[in-house]
Each structure stands twice: as structure tokens, then as C-alpha cells.
Design a protein around this ligand. Structure first.
Ligand SMILES: *[C@@H]1O[C@H](CO)[C@@H](O)[C@H](O)[C@H]1NC(C)=O
Ligand SMILES: *[C@@H]1O[C@H](CO)[C@@H](O)[C@H](O)[C@H]1NC(C)=O
Ligand SMILES: *[C@@H]1O[C@H](CO)[C@@H](O)[C@H](O)[C@H]1NC(C)=O
Ligand SMILES: *[C@@H]1O[C@H](CO)[C@@H](O)[C@H](O)[C@H]1NC(C)=O
Ligand SMILES: *[C@@H]1O[C@H](CO)[C@@H](O)[C@H](O)[C@H]1NC(C)=O
Length: 732
């Protein structure tokens, strides 16, 4: 009966029911509520606001669309008079006397709850107009004494949000004659602090943030509150759950942070709910229709694995004739790698521009130039920035970023095993790095989504339209105080453009460029400590982990184990490094390099310590050999100590073979570094006790055998070409 009457005769229902409910007020109907905001531009913040309003089915009226904004600076103000002018004009056309107007900013506002709660709280305030409150007075401190005293709650008025009945708000703005750049906050404050007007219009403040939360001056009071598939903000000081959250003044980053969650953008129950909105799918396009991307590649310091970087660049899944490259290289050392890439593959790309070290251009200038290449190119759709130390393992990265359809978006990359990444979740007061509460969860993938953040670097995609409309300043990377990346992000933020980082996919990692020595031929060989994952990918045989897992270790002779360990590249680099060093021993018994100075069974060789490789070699033995030793000889534990580890060269006219001998080791590792039949003929190893030979050594494969007593062995003659092996006498 109640339901029936409330649906059909709401008016009667109110009359009849009011006396029955003991004076409890009739609920204000949601249809009476109109949200009014001013947005001269469709900023990223505006779209975020609309999404939250739509989520709760608010009816929103947007004023000033397409109008030029004259109300002052986005970040600073005072200003905002234009908002009052637009509101006044709009209200004049509205006639419905019991209409309720919620007037709020939108670029830096998110709504956390629906009209029902909003109206209920408005009603409970028992005034005709309720303003948001602030703990800080602004813009005129001299008005402080005129504000009514409050026992609890904020004392000062904030003009970024208020709610009230149409007639009262009309009356309030009726006298507005100010300039667009005058302060709206001052205008409303003067009305509020005038006791007569305050009473006549019936204005109060939402001092305890039940309706409105202004973040300025209240950052420590506000935390996220996750509850059953939705997210709100809680004011800890007043224990309230405000409906409107406003990142007023210098709190844009905090509203961006909260907006990553509120009202349901990301929840524990659903994960990200907005990450698949407004995608720009490429799948339907022919390759020739793909967006044109200007790609800037920046080499600004000595970096390991540059050759691998270019190998990966070739494998990036994107039509090369839709890419224009700008390669900026500051390091003479890397010229051969860049030149080799350009000579062999440059013509695959639609266009290539190269800036070498001789041009002495600084990094900021190069980045400005690269961005401008896209900005000025009417065909350019995106600018993709990629620093040389980025290891983009995901070949679809560029496509994924384009499909995400955001103004600025970076793929999250991290340094292996560290919390270091290419984004910041927050900024410190002086603009440097600060850790957001969710930073670790994002980096470690416990929260997956597309995150609005204040800083991205190393690799990111920017829409050309943003460069052409908003980021028109040529010198985005220049600053007197900030480093170029920080200056760039600062400039983007100050335009109100959102930067995102996505961890929706695994994209890759970032190299450490510390301690990179360039005194060798193949310097990457020395990266086992600094960049162990990249070292492994480059230098360890692709089937190594497989044999560890599936016990595919062969036993060609009793207690002799045979398994793949080095990649082809590792073998080649080690040989080339030794030949480059060139100081092969004479193969005589007298050997000043070893303790005692006498070698019983000499070979023509170079010791690992002669090329300063012994620490790296030890690490290699520990990481990649010791696990196999312990698996195949159970109960024996090795610390992989060695006195002798060396590369041997066998040549028919030099030293073709080695007479039978024991090794000064508990066990020996013997890795074939080149290919029988291709690089040499003959060779191999024979264990005399078992009359067992390995005649066809495989490149990159290691033989592991006991050193003494049982495994008396000889090196079989190399009959043509040159044979190389890497030998270690482990645990002598
Ligand atoms: C908004 O309206 C739609 C359709 O009218 C409805 O399905 C949805 O539940 C409403 N959402 C809320 C939060 O009321
Ligand atoms: C404001 O209006 C309410 C009714 O909505 C009334 O109870 C209250 O006394 C008024 N306050 C002032 C200061 O006029
Ligand atoms: C506001 O705009 C007027 C012209 O419209 C200008 O004369 C005045 O200097 C501006 N004031 C401020 C504070 O920018
Ligand atoms: C690794 O093992 C697979 C399967 O046995 C084989 O096809 C492949 O050639 C091996 N890789 C190398 C580099 O030997
Ligand atoms: C050793 O093995 C080879 C073939 O593998 C065989 O010809 C030879 O007779 C064997 N020698 C001994 C002493 O068993």
C-alpha cells in the first residue's frame, strides 16, 4: 500500500505520511536535483568527473562549453568569477522553485556516492544553502574575524562546491557584477560573512565534511575506504564519508590518486573497471592504416646490451613503415652498434633521423626536438619515447599503449628484484620522488590497472593531438632547477593533462647502467652482477633451464655429465675476448701465472683472471654449474672455488692435443666454445679407464667429471682449424 501510493501520488503521500512519521521530514526526490558545473574544456579531469557522476545517475548540466576560460590560472587563481557569471545566467532561465542545485567544480572533483545520500545529508544540514568548508582562509585573510566561530569543524567557506534551493542560490548570485577573473570565493565569502545576508539566504557551512571534502589543508585527514565493490574517502578527523571530493588548490595529485579508486575505478572485488573504457582497437586496421608513430630513441649514457636493444627493436610488433625513428646517441662508444642497426635495417622504417655525439646536443634539446618532430608532422598520431636502458620484452607494447587511448601512458617497467620502476606514485613537497601508499602493490602486481600518476619516464606514449593542442611549448624538457624528465612531467601536470602508467600487462624491465666498464671487447660479459637477468638471456643456453627441470642431463661416459650451458653468443664472445686480449701462454712447463711457477701438463691458454673475469666466472659457476653438480653428485656441496679457470686453444701447428693427466680438482668443467666440423676437425676428450671418448663436442655444452683418480683423461688431437674450450678446475 505504501509503495503503491508513493509511486502514484507522491504529493498525497507526503501529506498523509508526514504526521504519521513523527515529524521526520519527507525525503527530497532525486528528480529535483540538478548538478551544475562549469567546464570550458573537456579536460581529462572533467571526463573523470563525468564518469563518477554517470555512475550514480546524476543529471549534470555543463556550463561554458567551448567558451574561452578567463577565470584565471588552472593551478593558482584567484579567479573563477566566470563561473559565477555563467551560473547566474543559467539560473535565470530556470523556473522550478523547488529545484535543488549542486554547483561544483569538475576538473578536480570526483563523486563518491549517489543523489539519495547527498540529498539526505543536505536535508540534515537544515539550511537552504550549504557550502563546502575549508580549514584555511583564502583569498583574504583579513576576513577571518568576520567568520562565525565554530566549536568543531572547519570555519571557512570554500566556493568549489555548494548545494541549495534554486531561489536561494539565485538570490545569492543576483548581485554578481564582477569580472571573470575576480575571485568567486571572495564573493561568496563576503555574502557568508555578512550576518544579514547569511540569514536571509539561509547559508551554512558543511564544517565536518559530510557533503564536501576539500583536500587542501586536509590531506592527512582523508584516506581511502574500500567497501564491497566500491571505494569512498573517509575523513578521519570528523569520521565522515563525504560525497564530493575536491582536489582544490595544490592538491591535484591527491585527487588523481583518490580518483584511481573512487567511486569504483579499482576495487579489491572487481580490479580495474575503467581500464577497458574508450579503447582504440587496432585489430580491425590494415597495417597501412596503423597510426603513424614518431619514435625517439635516446642513448644518454654507456649502457649494456645495446646490441640486444636493437635486436628487440626489430622485433617490435608494429608496421615499420608506420614508424619514423629519431635516434639520439651521446656516446661515441655506442656508435658502432647504432651504425650497424641503421645500415642493416634503417631502410625498413618510414624515416630515420640520427643525431650523433659529434653534434654535442644535450639530452633535453634532443627530447624537445624529437617531440617536435611529431608535433609538426601533420601525419603523426603518436610520439613514442624509448630510452636505451629499457628492456621491452613485450613485443606488443606499442600496440597495447595505443589501444589504451590515453593522453600520456607509460608501460610499467621495473628493475628486476627491486621496487625501482619508471613511475612515481606521489611527489614530495619539493617535487621529487615520494612513495604513494599503493606504490608497492602496483609495482609488485597486487593491484593491476591503469594508474594516474605524477611522473613517468624511460618509455611512454603521447598523443600527437595533446602535443598540438596543449603541450605546444617547444621546451617541455627545459628547466633551470629540474632534470629534463621532471621538467617534462611538471609541464604536463601543470596543463592538467593526466599521465598514466599501466601494469595491465608485463612489459619488461630497466637495465642498471651503473658500473658499466668499457675496457673490454665484449663488455656485456661482465654484467652478471649488475644485470643478471639480461646476462642470463644473452649468455645462457636456451635449454639450460629445461635440462635442470627435466633431468635431461646426458651421461656419455661413467660419471661424466654433459649439458648445454652457454649460448652461441657466449661462446663467440668469450673466444673473441680472449683473442682480442691475445696473450696466449707458450705452453711450456714454466708458468709464472700459477703458484709454484710449474705446470705439469701445460696448454696454450689464457686465464680468466688475465682478463679480470675471475669474479664473474665464479658467479657463473655458482649460479649455473653448482646446482647441476649438486644434483648429479648428491651429497657433495660446492662453493665453486677454483685456482685455475682458463680458455685453451688447440691448433694442429701449435698444440693439437693434451697427454693423459689428472686434473687438480674435485671436479672439472670443460665447455666447448666452438663447433666441430665447422670451426675445426678432430678434438674431443677420452677417459682412459673406461676407454670412453666424447668425439663430437657440442658448442656451448659443458662436460663435468671428477678430477682425480678415476677420470684420467686426454685431449684428442685437433687435426684442422682451431678448437677452443673453457676449463675450470673446481674445488682443487
Ligand atoms: C543508474 O541507472 C541505470 C539505468 O537506469 C541503472 O541500471 C543503474 O542501477 C543506476 N545506477 C545507480 C547507481 O543508481
Ligand atoms: C534556515 O532555514 C531553516 C529551515 O530550512 C530554519 O529552520 C532555520 O531557522 C533557518 N536559519 C536561519 C539562520 O535563518
Ligand atoms: C582581470 O581582467 C581585466 C580585463 O578583463 C584586467 O584589466 C585585469 O588586469 C585582470 N586582473 C587580473 C588580476 O588578472
Ligand atoms: C633446445 O631444445 C629444443 C628441443 O629439444 C631444440 O629444438 C632446440 O634446437 C634446442 N636449442 C638449441 C639452441 O640447441
Ligand atoms: C677402446 O674402444 C675402441 C672403440 O671405441 C676400440 O676400438 C678399442 O679396441 C677399445 N680398446 C680397449 C683396450 O678396449
Amino acid at each position: 500500500m505504501r509503495l503503491w501510493s508513493s509511486l502514484l501520488f507522491p504529493g498525497i503521500f507526503a501529506c498523509l505520511l508526514s504526521p504519521l512519521t513523527n515529524g521526520e521530514e519527507q525525503r527530497l526526490p532525486q528528480e529535483k536535483l540538478l548538478v551544475v558545473t562549469v567546464a570550458t574544456k573537456e579536460t581529462d579531469g572533467f571526463r573523470r568527473f563525468l564518469r563518477s557522476a554517470k555512475h550514480f545517475n546524476y543529471t549534470v548540466k555543463v556550463l561554458g562549453r567551448g567558451e574561452k576560460w578567463r577565470g584565471g590560472d588552472y593551478m593558482s587563481a584567484p579567479g573563477g568569477g566566470q563561473k559565477v557569471r555563467l551560473l547566474k545566467a543559467a539560473l535565470e532561465k530556470m523556473k522550478n522553485q523547488d529545484q535543488i542545485i549542486l554547483f561544483i567544480d569538475s576538473y578536480d572533483v570526483v563523486i563518491t556516492s549517489g543523489p539519495k545520500e547527498l540529498l539526505k545529508k543536505f536535508q540534515q544540514a537544515k539550511h537552504k544553502v550549504v557550502f563546502s568548508s575549508e580549514s584555511l582562509i583564502w583569498p583574504d585573510r583579513h576576513l577571518e574575524d568576520k567568520h562565525p566561530h565554530v566549536r568543531e569543524g572547519n570555519r571557512f567557506l570554500g566556493s568549489g562546491g555548494f548545494i541549495g534551493y534554486l531561489p536561494n542560490i539565485k538570490e545569492m548570485v543576483a548581485d554578481w557584477t564582477g569580472e571573470d577573473n575576480d575571485s568567486d570565493q571572495l564573493f561568496f565569502t563576503k555574502i557568508y560573512t555578512d550576518p544579514a545576508q547569511r540569514k536571509a539566504i539561509n547559508i551554512t557551512l558543511d564544517g565536518k565534511c559530510r557533503l564536501f571534502q576539500n583536500l587542501h589543508g586536509a590531506l592527512d585527514e582523508v584516506v581511502l575506504k574500500f567497501e564491497n565493490g566500491r571505494v569512498r574517502a573517509r575523513n578521519l578527523l570528523y569520521d565522515t564519508l563525504p560525497v564530493i571530493i575536491h582536489g582544490n588548490g595544490p592538491t591535484k595529485l591527491q585527487i588523481n590518486y583518490l580518483g584511481n579508486y573512487i567511486p569504483n575505478a579499482w576495487t579489491f572485488e572487481t580490479g580495474c573497471t575503467v581500464c577497458h573504457d574508450d579503447l582504440h582497437p587496432l585489430t580491425a586496421l590494415k597495417e597501412s592504416e596503423y597510426p603513424l608513430v614518431v619514435m625517439g630513441i635516446f642513448i644518454q649514457q654507456l649502457t649494456p646490451f645495446v646490441t640486444v636493444f636493437f635486436e628487440r627493436l626489430l622485433k617490435l610488433q608494429y608496421p615499420k613503415n608506420r614508424l619514423k625513428l629519431l635516434i639520439y646517441n651521446q656516446e661515441v662508444h655506442h656508435e658502432p652498434q647504432v651504425n650497424s642497426f641503421l645500415q642493416n635495417h634503417g631502410s625498413l622504417y618510414q624515416h630515420v633521423k640520427f643525431i650523433g655525439p659529434e653534434e654535442a646536443m644535450d639530452g633535453a634539446a634532443a627530447r624537445n626536438l624529437a617531440i617536435d618532430m611529431c608535433r609538426k608532422d601533420k601525419d603523426c598520431d603518436y610520439f613514442f619515447s624509448l630510452d636505451i636502458e629499457v628492456v621491452l620484452k613485450n613485443e606488443n607494447t606499442l600496440k597495447i599503449l595505443i589501444e589504451q587511448n590515453l593522453p600520456v601512458v607509460a608501460p610499467m617497467i621495473t628493475r628486476t628484484g627491486r621496487l625501482w620502476s619508471n613511475f612515481w606514485g606521489a611527489l614530495s613537497a619539493d617535487g621529487y620522488y615520494a612513495r604513494s601508499e599503493d606504490y608497492v602493490d602496483i609495482v609488485q602486481g597486487r593491484r593491476v590497472g591503469v594508474w594516474n600518476v605524477p611522473y613517468v619516464s624511460s618509455v611512454y606514449l603521447v598523443k600527437a593531438s595533446v602535443l598540438q593542442s596543449e603541450l605546444t611549448d617547444y621546451e617541455l624538457f627545459n628547466s633551470h632547477i629540474l632534470d629534463p624528465d621532471m621538467a617534462y612531467c611538471h609541464n604536463i601536470r601543470s596543463k592538467g593533462i593526466f599521465m598514466f602508467v599501466t601494469n595491465m600487462h608485463t612489459f619488461g624491465r630497466i637495465l642498471s647502467t651503473e658500473n658499466y666498464q668499457t675496457s673490454h671487447l665484449h663488455n656485456d660479459l661482465w654484467q652478471i652482477f649488475e644485470n643478471p637477468v639480461d646476462w642470463q638471456e644473452r649468455y645462457i643456453h636456451e635449454n639450460y633451464t629445461l635440462i635442470m627441470k627435466d633431468k635431461l642431463i646426458e651421461t656419455p661416459c661413467p660419471d661424466v655429465y654433459w649439458f648445454p650451458v652457454f649460448s652461441d653468443v657466449a661462446c663467440n664472445h668469450l673466444i673473441e675476448e680472449m683473442e682480442h686480449f691475445g696473450q696466449w701462454s707458450g705452453g711450456a712447463n714454466k708458468d709464472a701465472r700459477i703458484q709454484g711457477g710449474y705446470e705439469n701438463v701445460p696448454t696454450i691458454d689464457i686465464h680468466m683472471n688475465q682478463i679480470n673475469f675471475e669474479k664473474n666466472w665464479h658467479k657463473f659457476l655458482l649460479e649455473y654449474i653448482a646446482p647441476i653438480t649438486e644434483k648429479m653428485y648428491p651429497g657433495y656441496y660446492t662453493k665453486a672455488q677454483f685456482d685455475l679457470a682458463f680458455v685453451v686453444r688447440y691448433k694442429p701447428d701449435e698444440q693439437p692435443s693434451l697427454r693423459p693427466h689428472h686434473d687438480a680438482s674435485t671436479f672439472t668443467i670443460n665447455i666447448a666454445l666452438n663447433q666441430v666440423g665447422l670451426d675445426y676437425q678432430g678434438g674431443g676428450c677420452r677417459f682412459l679407464r673406461y676407454n670412453c671418448s666424447i668425439n663430437a663436442p657440442r658448442k656451448g655444452w659443458a662436460l663435468m667429471h671428477p678430477g682425480r683418480l678415476t677420470h684420467y683423461h686426454e685431449g684428442l688431437p685437433t687435426t684442422a682449424g682451431v678448437r677452443y674450450i673453457a676449463v675450470s678446475f673446481v674445488d682443487p
